[in-house]
Every structure is written in structure tokens, then in C-alpha cells.
Write a protein that binds this ligand. Structure first.
Ligand SMILES: Nc1ncnc2c1ncn2[C@@H]1O[C@H](COP(=O)(O)OP(=O)(O)O)[C@@H](O)[C@H]1O
Ligand SMILES: [Mg+2]
Length: 514
């Protein structure tokens, strides 16, 4: 039913009321935005990256000379992220840093574009300070957000400020004539970092591991596949390869990949090969470039290795976490078995404001659909490897059984009837080994090795059949006594759950009979 009101003819008119943008918006844009507090380092690194790339483009910074220095002072609960990019000139310093969601970067090659990332620290410290000096400036500009006061004002229902009023209340600016700062720089300082579970923000190890996965940093120089990945991607992806130094370290933060990695405690594996894949959009244009590292697929890789999972990147910044693409796998656990990255190139596929996922649209969906068969293929590697490991385990356990029978036969102390029984048993186990050795999941190398083992065991068994071996001590006994001992030893083996232990016992007894 059409409501009656709709029938009254009336034109749409513009509203005259000023929209109220309440103070809570600031909370939504800062602390409520990010699930993982470490995201704030990603946001400040992203800003530094954009600025460094701009400085290089302007010719005020040499290529490869951009750097970010992060200093974490855990004792004083303080962190500082400094870069040598363009800085922000004094005349636009305050305006730029108090704007909300008005980034000039949208539509450019820069990694930021929503104009809110720099507020990420607001919810995590008592005071957030931005400092900068642009090329040729004498003074350092400094802008301070009073985050403690922000918290108090937000919590107070009596305070009816809108965003403008709130920002004016909280923000202070000054200009310093001071030595001790670089000629051109930008830095963010978080003072009085709040305690939260894990206290990751002042944990150098956590910050290092987080940025090594997420930030656009280079691969470690001794990682064997570093150059190939770089060569394959660099023509299409703005890799950044920024040098980030943490707490004055001489070596920058590298991506976490190495030739060898730990799957779980005590189990290591190596990368054997790399595969690259171009993913095209429906018009045939390159939408993403992917790489996958092949290895033994021995199981789910632990989080500690920092490399597990097919991960998505945009502008060489990781979007979301290692489990973002779990849904592509029919058995989601297999995503933790694989190591690979997909660099999104299609400009219509954009990270969301939190950078924890992509904006949902047909282009992103299309990309996911193209990745599904890739995930199936990788899952197949995992499954085959799991099956192959089972087949190997089965073969090896059967091998142990045949070897134990052989050692009893070689001892020559059981009755002839029992010896005959044991030989038949060994033949049956060898049949099962033969079957296990031809399992389709096994590599050719394994199959060859297993066939050889079977042949050797068959040969030894045949030798026992021919020799009709009798133990030296038993042979020296009168036949009636010999039979009693053989019967006893046969029973001993029969009732012993551990044939190897039983054989050692029989060896001892026979030695005493000498
Ligand atoms: N490290 C920096 N160097 C120079 N300018 C910066 C830096 N960080 C932030 N800015 C300025 O502040 C603006 C807002 O940053 P941000 O809130 O992170 O939004 P976005 O990165 O999406 O533009 C940037 O567009 C840039 O002009
Ligand atoms: Mg930003």
C-alpha cells in the first residue's frame, strides 16, 4: 500500500538546520576504530611512507634514503615515530592535523586516503604530540592533543560540545626555536601510553613482529627468494621497501620470511620453490599479483613463525590478519599450512578505513572467486602431504614388525612350528608394506626407497627359510631337552607384548644356559 502522505504533491527541499556533529565522533574515529592496538604503528608508518615517497618525488630526498625511526621507551611509557619525509609546513601544520576525514591523498598513489589514521593514537595515551619542520624552516611546529581530557569530556554527559568545540578545547600548538631536531622531519609522540592487556604498544618485540608482517619493509637480504619476489612484483606494486629502525637498531625491520621456518616447536621445514600468479579482472587487466612458497606441508604453521596463511596486501601494507582468506579454503585450517601473498593492484579494490578488510564490492568478490581454485590447489597439497605422511608412518610401523620377526628367526630359539608361523606372518606383513608403498600420495622417491626396503627384507626372510637355523646352545642339548626349551621360549614370545624386550630376555637366558 502506498502511504497517503506520498500522494500529497510536494518537492524535496534542502534542509536549513546545521548538522550536529557531536563529540563522540572523535571516539569513533580513534580508539573505537581499531581492534588491534598495534594498528596505530601501521597508521603512522603509512603516513611516514607517503611523506617519504612524496619527498623523493619532489627531489628533496634521494631514492633509498627514506627512513623511519621508532623509539619505544617502555619505562616512561612513551613511543615516537619519526620520518625524514616532507614534513608539514608551518602555514598548514595545524589545519592539516586537526582536519577530520579530508585527506588530500584520495585518488593519488599514496597509501592513505581517509584522513583519520593519524588520530589512531588518541585513545591509547595521555598526550599525543605531532612535531615537524618542513624544508627551509627555522622553527619546529608542535601540536598537542590532550587525550586525558578527551577521555574525561567524552565520558561526561553534561558536556555538550560538538566536534569543533572539542578539538579547540583539546588541541594546543606552539613553535620552538630549538636545536636537536633534524632540518626536515615529522614525528608523532605518544606520551603516557595506557596499560591494556598484553601492553603490546611498549613491547619492542611485539611492535617489531607486527611491523615485519604488516609494513612495506624489505625482505631479509639472506632470504633466498627475496630477489625473485622483488623482481616479479616491483614493476607493478609500489613496494616501498622502507627502512624502519626500532630503538636505534643497526639493522632495519625485515619481512619475517627465511629459507627455513619452524612449523611447531621442534619441527622445521624449508621452502623449496616459489610460484607466481597473475590474477586478471573480467576485462583482462591485471587485478592482483600473487606468490606462494612451496614447502613440505607438514602441518599448520605456528603463529610464532609470522608467515602462515595466504595474506592480502595493498600498497605492500598487509590488510587484515593471516586468517582473512580462511573462507576460501573448504577446510579453513589449511590456510595455516600455506605461505603466500596477494598484492591487490585493481584501484577499485580498496582497503576499508580500518585496513582490516577490503570494501565489499563486485571487484573484490571477483578477486575472491579467482582465488578459490588457487586455495583448492593449495589445500590439495596439504591433504596429499597429510596422506603421504600417514602412508609413510604405516609403512615404517610394518617395517618394524618384519624386522622384529626376522630377529626372532635369526635367533633360532623358537620351535620349528612357531618359526614356520612367523615366516608366514612376515610374508603377510610384507604384502601390506607393498600396498602402502604404492600409495598415490607418496613421491616417486619414497616409492623407490620403500620398494628397495621390501626387497631387502624379502631376501633376508628367504635366507631364514633356507637355513632352518637352530641356536648353537640348543643344538648341543639332547633332543628332549631342546624341545622343552623351544616350547618355553615360544610361549615366552607368545605372551610378551614387546617382542624386542622378549628377545633380549631370551638372549640372556640362552647365554646362562651355556
Ligand atoms: N608523517 C607525515 N609527514 C607529513 N605529513 C603527514 C604525516 N602524517 C600525516 N600527515 C598529514 O596529515 C594528513 C592526515 O593523515 P591521516 O589522518 O593519517 O590521513 P591520510 O593518511 O588518510 O591522509 C595526511 O594526509 C598528511 O597531509
Ligand atoms: Mg594515514
Amino acid at each position: 500500500m502506498v502511504p497517503v502522505l506520498a500522494l500529497v504533491k510536494s518537492n524535496w527541499e534542502a534542509i536549513e538546520d546545521q548538522p550536529i556533529i557531536g563529540k563522540d565522533v572523535l571516539e569513533l574515529l580513534s580508539s573505537s576504530m581499531y581492534v588491534n592496538p598495534l594498528s596505530i604503528y601501521r597508521e603512522y608508518v603509512q603516513n611516514a611512507m607517503d611523506s617519504i615517497e612524496e619527498a623523493i618525488a619532489l627531489g628533496s630526498l634521494a631514492v633509498n634514503r627514506g627512513r623511519i625511526d621508532i623509539i619505544i621507551d617502555a619505562q616512561n611509557r612513551q613511543a615516537r615515530i619519526r620520518d625524514n619525509g616532507t614534513g608539514i609546513p608551518r602555514n598548514i601544520f595545524a589545519k592539516t592535523l586537526i582536519a577530520l576525514g579530508a585527506s588530500k591523498k584520495r585518488g593519488t598513489k599514496a597509501r592513505g586516503f581517509r584522513g583519520v589514521g593519524r588520530l589512531a593514537g588518541l585513545g591509547y595515551c595521555k598526550e599525543l604530540v605531532f612535531r615537524s619542520r618542513a624544508e627551509g624552516e627555522k622553527q619546529v611546529s608542535e601540536l598537542r592533543w590532550d587525550c586525558r581530557r578527551l577521555k574525561a569530556l567524552l565520558a561526561n554527559s553534561q558536556v555538550k560540545l560538538n566536534v569543533d568545540g572539542l578539538i579547540k578545547d583539546l588541541v594546543r600548538i606552539r613553535h620552538l626555536t630549538t636545536d636537536g631536531f633534524p632540518a626536515r622531519f615529522f614525528e608523532v609522540e605518544l606520551n603516557g601510553i595506557m596499560r591494556h592487556s598484553g601492553d603490546y604498544l611498549i613491547d619492542t618485540r611485539q611492535v617489531h613482529d607486527y611491523l615485519s608482517q604488516v609494513a612495506p619493509v624489505p625482505f631479509a637480504p639472506n632470504f633466498a627468494f627475496a630477489k625473485r619476489i622483488h623482481d616479479e612484483l616491483s614493476a607493478h606494486v609500489s613496494l616501498g621497501n622502507i627502512l624502519i629502525y626500532l630503538n636505534g637498531s643497526k639493522t632495519p625491520i625485515y619481512r619475517p620470511h627465511a629459507d627455513e621456518f619452524e612449523i611447531r616447536r621442534g619441527v622445521r621445514d624449508r621452502f623449496s620453490e616459489i610460484k607466481f600468479l597473475d590474477i586478471k579482472d573480467s576485462d583482462g587487466h591485471l587485478a592482483a599479483k600473487a606468490w606462494f612458497l612451496q614447502h613440505g606441508y607438514h602441518g599448520a604453521i605456528g603463529s610464532g613463525a609470522l608467515i602462515k596463511g595466504l595474506r592480502l596486501r595493498s600498497g605492500n601494507i598487509q590488510i587484515g590478519e593471516s586468517n582473512l582468506l580462511d573462507e576460501l579454503f573448504t577446510e579453513s585450517r589449511f590456510n595455516s599450512w600455506v605461505v603466500g601473498e596477494i598484492h591487490v593492484l585493481d584501484e577499485r579494490i580498496l582497503p576499508n578505513g580500518r585496513r582490516d578488510h577490503f570494501e565489499q564490492n563486485v571487484y573484490f568478490n571477483d578477486l575472491l572467486n579467482k582465488l578459490r581454485p588457487v586455495a583448492s590447489e593449495l589445500a590439495c597439497c596439504c591433504r596429499m602431504s597429510s596422506l603421504s605422511r600417514n602412508a609413510i608412518r604405516q609403512f615404517e610401523s610394518l617395517q618394524v614388525q618384519v624386522k622384529s620377526i626376522l630377529s626372532i628367526l635369526q635367533q633360532g630359539a623358537v620351535s620349528p612350528v612357531q618359526s614356520h608361523k612367523l615366516k608366514k606372518q612376515a610374508i603377510m606383513i610384507l604384502h601390506r608394506m607393498d600396498k602402502a608403498s604404492s600409495h598415490p600420495a607418496l613421491t616417486l622417491e619414497h616409492r623407490r626407497k620403500f620398494t628397495l626396503i621390501i626387497k631387502r627384507l624379502q631376501h633376508k626372510l628367504r635366507e631364514e627359510e633356507v637355513s632352518k637355523r637352530r641356536h648353537r646352545i640348543l643344538k648341543q642339548m639332547p633332543s628332549s631337552q631342546q624341545k622343552i626349551w623351544e616350547r618355553f621360549i615360544t610361549l615366552l614370545y607368545e605372551y610378551s607384548p614387546n617382542k624386542i624386550a622378549a628377545k633380549t630376555l631370551v638372549d640372556h637366558i640362552l647365554r646362562r644356559l651355556q
